[in-house]
Write a protein that binds this ligand. Structure first.
Ligand code: SF4
Length: 410
């Protein structure tokens, strides 16, 4: 049965109450994905192992989960054969369900995923020449209603758990075939060489999928700690970027407790326009936001803050807007780079994309102001491109059609 306790989300812009908790698993087992090693150890003790055994088993299981990507206890060959069914009776190794998977001609891959209690959300993988970036969701839906964002048209259903967040990274590794191969009967003496990340496709993570990650701070932090943990997925914090629409009070904690790169959805340089495009601006204005960016722990010229700027025709794309952007970033002395994003409309969207000439001119002005402002190439336009589109498109398809496609695509 669903837990109906409500969480009020702060602020007048986003007062939508959201179901806080997930529906517990019907079979009573506990999903280990998303739990820190110490918690796994506690659970093993509560299930009857003595302290020493619990610690050893937690260490072994954690290693199998995050270094080897196994999804069955039976595959954990350094754990006694009799112990494996004991684990399987009490615990599971979860992955989000794949509802639909799409593969673009440009290599971009999108997945519509489903939580164990039936809520759908998205994940996108974008390969480039020198990197592969996984765009991870933090919530099902969103409270913030950014006007250019399709996810913003959906209501917030609930926050994703740490397991559902880190589970996206694990699912992507499954799909890309990126778990180390080989025998691991003796975890302690296994060769280092099997664990190098050389040649991996998935090199970077952006918390830029559905949802505002700083409104699900604890779960995002706990998930990213597993992603960064040397005994976990072991991805460097320098390869992880968290994108916020500007939840100012949480930005300092983000830098201190997670320490990843920061991206900010700026999208406008005047109060009127940003109030319209990113309604959270009515609560945390541009000056307050840029001051918080200037104070972001760890930001430096080597680790610049990325300012996302979606190009909307006749809305935020004039020469004056570009000059004001440069002035603001300089005024706050920000180690900044700007990402210019051609708007990707969906049916019913109120904006149009700026012309390519306008985008180029805007980019040139910002570059001339001494700030890098590359234009992001639209990716995956032949599949459902903009964030949130896969979910709504899938809702129009029949259940059987989706099952067939998911089976064929994985
Ligand atoms: S841009 Fe992000 S914060 Fe804004 S509505 Fe979309 S998902 Fe929510």
């Amino acid at each position: 049965m669903a837990v109906s306790e409500l969480m009020s989300i702060p602020g007048q812009i986003d007062p939508v109450p959201a179901a806080r908790d997930i529906t517990p698993r019907a079979d009573g087992r506990t999903d280990l994905i998303g739990l820190p090693k110490a918690r796994i150890c506690e659970l093993f003790e509560q299930a009857g192992l003595d302290g020493k055994q619990a610690k050893l088993r937690a260490k072994q299981v954690f290693h199998w989960l995050y270094h080897r990507g196994v999804t069955e206890f039976e595959a954990m060959t350094d754990i006694a054969k009799t112990m494996r069914p004991w684990l399987a009776e009490r615990f599971v190794i979860g992955r989000p369900d794949v509802v639909e998977a799409q593969h673009s001609t440009d290599g971009t891959r999108k997945w519509l995923l489903k939580t164990a209690d039936g809520h759908e959300f998205e994940m996108v993988f974008i390969p480039d020449a020198d990197r592969g970036t996984l765009c991870v969701s933090s919530q099902v839906g969103c409270t913030l209603n950014c006007r250019f964002c399709h996810t913003g048209t959906m209501r917030l259903v609930r926050n994703l758990t740490p397991g559902e967040i880190v589970g996206q990274v694990m699912l992507a590794r499954d799909a890309l075939g990126e778990w180390p191969k080989g025998k691991m009967d003796f975890a302690e003496v296994e060769s280092e060489a099997e664990y190098t990340a050389d040649g991996r496709l998935l090199t970077n993570i952006v918390m830029m999928g559905m949802g505002e990650p700083l409104y699900n701070f604890d779960n995002v932090r706990d998930a990213l700690r597993l992603v960064m943990d040397g005994d976990g997925l072991a991805l460097s914090k320098r390869r992880i970027t968290l994108s916020t629409s500007g939840v100012v009070p949480m930005m300092e904690r983000c830098g201190e407790e997670i320490g990843v790169n920061l991206a900010v959805s700026l999208h406008a340089v005047s109060k009127n326009v940003r109030d319209e495009i990113v309604p959270l601006n009515r609560k945390y204005g541009i000056e307050e936001l840029l001051s918080a960016c200037a104070a972001y722990p760890g930001a430096s010229n080597a680790r610049r803050i990325t300012f996302e700027y979606v190009m909307l025709k006749d809305k935020n794309d004039s020469d004056a807007d570009a000059r004001e952007l440069v002035r603001l970033l300089r005024q706050y002395d920000l180690p900044a780079k700007v990402n210019l994003i051609p708007f990707n409309p969906w049916p019913g969207a109120v904006y149009e994309c700026s012309t390519p000439e306008r985008v180029k001119r805007f980019s040139d002005i910002v570059f001339e102001g001494g700030i890098s402002a590359p234009v992001r190439t639209p990716r995956g336009r032949d599949i459902d491109a903009a964030c949130g589109q896969l979910k709504t498109t899938a809702e129009k398809k029949s259940r059987a059609e989706r099952d067939r496609e998911a089976a064929a695509a994985v």
